[in-house]
Design a protein around this ligand. Structure first.
Ligand code: ATP
Ligand code: MG
Length: 221
């Protein structure tokens, strides 16, 4: 069984997340994916992070119509900041041994992975699916692949090689890193928080239930 793990701050969850995770699910034939909001996001230095309870509730509302998406509060229940290595070890310990686990993230998040706790260990434990969305300097397909390959070689292991035919960085002793071109929705949580502050509508950026929740609670004003 193939299972996806999709972590993030989800501050708030938006249609870009849902669109991407659905596309990944179809491409990689995932049985189920877990959305895993992080507790104290170690990399988010700015304030304006909604309460864990509210972020959790917004995910719950957003995925209520998607039976193959699940919410995991494992990082919120742990004390202290969230580290992906702990989360991966947790899922390995509760899922059957023959489960194929995939860690799903955007290229922007992947390119910061060398700042994560025990990051080299992660590549012994779990395959990656790196989703590419628009960003500065990453317009060309080949540029994205080169960026990914160079990063893997310099930060993880020189043994990683990009395989064009498999759209994947492979390594004899480590897990593969798949690159996935997700037809991009130009939505980010940052954009949503900005729109709310500017009094603009977020109707086309988040599910209706999430929009209502944000309005009712007066989040991100
Ligand atoms: P912020 O703007 O606050 O950084 P975000 O929109 O990037 O928020 P996160 O919670 O930081 O959302 O992201 C969780 C994961 O979702 C990351 O791996 C990120 O790369 C990915 N992601 C976010 N937005 C999109 C999108 N529009 N399409 C595909 N992946 C996305
Ligand atoms: Mg982000």
């Amino acid at each position: 069984m193939r299972i996806g793990l999709f972590g993030g701050t989800f501050n708030p969850i938006h249609l870009g997340h849902l669109h991407a995770i659905q596309a990944v699910k179809e491409k990689f034939a995932l049985y189920k994916s877990y959305l895993i909001p992080s507790a104290i996001p170690p990399h988010k230095t700015t304030g304006d992070v909604a309460d864990a309870k509210d972020r959790l509730e917004m995910i719950r509302l957003a995925i209520s119509d998607y039976p193959d998406l699940s919410l995991s509060d494992v990082e919120l229940k742990r004390s202290g900041p969230s580290f992906t290595i702990d989360t991966v070890n947790y899922f390995k310990s509760i899922l059957p041994e023959d489960t194929k686990l995939y860690l799903i993230m955007g290229l922007d998040a992947f390119l910061e992975i060398d700042t994560w706790k025990s990051y080299t260990e992660l590549f012994m434990l779990i395959s990656f699916i790196v989703m590419v969305r628009p960003g500065p300097g990453l317009d060309e397909r080949s540029t994205k692949w080169e960026t990914l390959e160079n990063y893997c070689k310099s930060k993880i292991s020189d043994g990683y090689k990009f395989s064009m035919s498999q759209s994947c960085c492979i390594h004899v002793g480590k897990k593969p890193i798949f690159i996935f071109d997700v037809s991009p929705l130009d939505i980010s949580s940052t954009k949503i928080r900005k729109f709310i502050k500017e009094g603009k509508s977020i109707q086309l950026l988040v599910p209706g239930k999430v929009e209502n929740f944000i309005k009712t609670k007066g989040l991100y004003l």
